[in-house]
Design a protein around this ligand. Structure first.
Ligand SMILES: [Zn+2]
Length: 329
């Protein structure tokens, strides 16, 4: 079993460091980018605190105990150094993809989502098979923080791609309800004793720098979900500010370089399911971190997600992680 509570890392982790390395180095794939054990070593802390670039705050502010962690989700198979336009450019949805036909939502919906790009999904020929695989895998990893009380959050719709501009908020809300509500197809108990509350639209931006490289900015006391064109190939980034193991705020940025959808696509080649990605990002905000996508690809917290795949419900590992942190009602 990986990533048990005993391996909880310092609140400042090496994920930001890993991103930096990936962003400036060879375009290796990130199929297994961030084994958590690697982030638990003592070397992680100085590396992370030394990471700030122009426009970013120090990861640690001496004296007030505020830590910040950046977690990055990549598309499965994406090259970290390559421009992501290939994944989200002008190629029409469905071109070059495997059109799965008009399989309706329901039992076979997961199988209808078109091209699978990763071996991680080999077991997902049907939704039932996916559920079983998701329910057998109990691996999880904890980030070292939790939400105390209710996570209040805001949404900044500015820059949302037209394809999802009217439906994105619902998908984001549905994702956080899926997480705290312990939505699962494994017969596991629900909901968790965790709270969230949407506080409305905001013009505040997410404190995630997009200039020379992606980095967390200065915490402003508001948790914001926002759209930005990130320079990196990240699908989405979550910055979580914590103090003494409790979340102060979390900002989630969704990368407008990619194509997004909010309803199941009968023809899908290179688009990503917003609710699936956001369920993952909310996982970070509530204290979960990555598991290996090659070994635990059915879990929400796998660190990569293939285009066109849907992982909106918690796997057994995701559930155990949340249950460990919050318990069930
Ligand atoms: Zn992540």
């Amino acid at each position: 079993m990986r990533g048990r509570a005993g391996q909880v890392p310092p609140a400042v982790c090496a994920l930001s460091t890993a991103l930096v390395v990936l962003a400036v180095s060879v375009p290796s794939t990130v199929a297994e980018p961030l084994p958590r054990a690697a982030a638990t070593g003592s070397a992680a802390r100085p590396a992370a605190t030394g990471a700030p670039a122009a426009g970013t705050a120090p990861a640690d502010v001496p004296g007030d105990g505020l830590n910040v962690t950046m977690d990055v989700l990549y598309a499965t198979g994406s090259a970290a150094g390559a421009p992501p336009e290939a994944a989200g450019g002008t190629a029409g949805e469905g071109t070059g993809g495997t059109a799965a036909g008009a399989v309706p939502d329901g039992a076979a919906a997961n199988a209808a989502e078109g091209t699978r790009t990763a071996a991680a999904n080999a077991a997902q020929g049907t939704r039932a098979a996916a559920s079983r695989a998701q329910c057998r895998d109990t691996a999880y990893a904890l980030a070292g923080w939790r939400v105390k009380g209710t996570a209040d959050w805001y949404y900044n719709p500015s820059g949302a791609p037209a394809a999802v501009s009217r439906t994105a908020l619902a998908a984001i809300g549905s994702a956080v309800r899926s997480l705290v509500g312990a939505s699962n197809e494994c017969g596991l108990p629900a909901p968790f004793k965790a709270g969230q509350r949407y506080r409305g639209a905001t013009k505040r931006t997410a404190a995630v720098s997009t200039s020379s490289r992606t980095a967390c900015g200065t915490e402003d006391g508001h948790s914001v979900v926002a759209w930005k064109r990130l320079g990196s190939t990240a699908l989405a980034v979550t910055c979580t500010w914590t103090r003494s193991g409790q979340v102060v705020s979390s900002d989630i940025v969704i990368n407008t370089r990619y194509r997004w959808h909010t309803t199941r696509q009968s023809r899908c080649a290179s688009s990503f399911d917003l609710a699936s990605v956001l369920t993952h990002e909310w996982g970070h905000a509530f204290g979960l971190t990555h598991v290996s996508p090659s070994q635990h690809g059915t879990q929400v917290m796998a660190s990569t997600i293939p285009a066109c795949s849907s992982v909106r419900t918690l796997g057994a590992g995701d559930h155990r992680a949340m249950r460990t942190l919050y318990g069930v009602r």
